[in-house]
Design a protein around this ligand. Sequence first.
Ligand code: NAP
Length: 244
Amino acid sequence: MNRILLLGGVTEALAIARTLGPEHIYSLAGVGRVPTDLTCQVRVGGYGGAEGLARFIDAQGIDLLLDATHPYAAQMSHNAATAAQLTGVPCWALRRPAWQPGPDDDWREVADWAELTQALAPFQRPFFTLGREPLQYLDDIPARQFWTLRALDSVPGNARCDIIAARGPFHLDEERALFEQRRIDVLISKNSGSPSTEPKLQVARERAIPVLILKRPPLPAVDRELESVAAVLAALSQDGHPGG
Ligand code: NAP
């Protein structure tokens, strides 16, 4: 029996999961919403590293590991590639192409938090869209800066930082209003390549605001890299992995 273990984490993973029948498993870390209307099985929570994942693959008779985690979820992608090697099961990955700057963009790549802090020095009103990571630095915000930070969950800010809890997709008009009202002078972003969070880049372009981009982490080699849901579904059907 063909059995897929789909590692979720991006919107496209859910679209793939919706096509899978009851023998397949959709695996989630448990940080986002867990769908309850799927035909395939849904498993929530980690495996205890690559070895734990390999044991699960063996125990469940998985024939294909499909990594559709976020491009910055590098740990899970490395675990998936290692577990595939340990079990001899092929590993495919959905790898969204990175966003590319246009001629009017001022994008500055930073490798880590230290480089980001340096690059931020000239600005007063940064808008962070990196998820939870900046929350640990709220006590270190320089007196000349006021941060706006957008994350999935509602958590308290402080006198120097407002936290907006919101989930994409984000729309251009709302993003324009946010930049205007908060007088944002620099945007901080990962390069997720996701259309649902891309409007902020358009607003930065319109306002001639720099974008500090956290570099994508290196990801492991896999048996097959696919760029879109359509490419994954076509590859699955060519390979004889039936859906629903
Ligand atoms: P990570 O550092 O790569 O993974 C941390 C641990 O979470 C993994 O070692 C694994 O635990 C567990 N895990 C991750 N994805 C899993 C999955 N699909 N099924 C079961 N367990 C999973 O990931 P992260 O950056 O913390 O992100 C956590 C989840 O949120 C990922 O699924 C990712 O795709 C999604 N996400 C991440 C970002 C981001 O910017 N990092 C953005 C949007 C969504 P064990 O080692 O115990 O197996």
